[in-house]
Design a binder for this molecule. Sequence first.
Ligand code: FES
Length: 148
Amino acid sequence: MSFRDIDEIIKERKDNFLLPMLQAIQAKFGYVSETNAHYLSRKTGIPFSKIYGVITFYEMLYTEKKGKYIIRICNSPSCYLNCSLNLIKFLESSLKIKSGETTKNKKFSLEIVSCIGCCDKAPAMIINNKVYGNLDENKIKKIISGLK
Ligand code: FES
């Protein structure tokens, strides 16, 4: 981790738009640490409270390191009506974590999210950038065991 990387991001974002800078920091480090948020605040003059507010407002920004695979399972109406809650419980018990947590080996993070736009394939989830639909426990088991 280097502040030089953040300096570069600030230099590239001459418009000083906060969200793209935070996304770039997260892409570089995997999350936006409090230390990096303070540094960004000092360098840009954007109040830390505003930066922290943006980080905690957007689900896709993290304040701590997440797992190699981020499982985002939908629990909005179409998925919910197709038993997504049972699948969430199944994932929690298989991975031995609650939603919002990361496994000890930092391999998986689990998040419950709102509609991911795949209602026709409900119940659905996204792992990193790949969408999986028409899920059931067997399908999830196979998907998870296929992730190295
Ligand atoms: S409700 Fe789950 S993908 Fe739309």
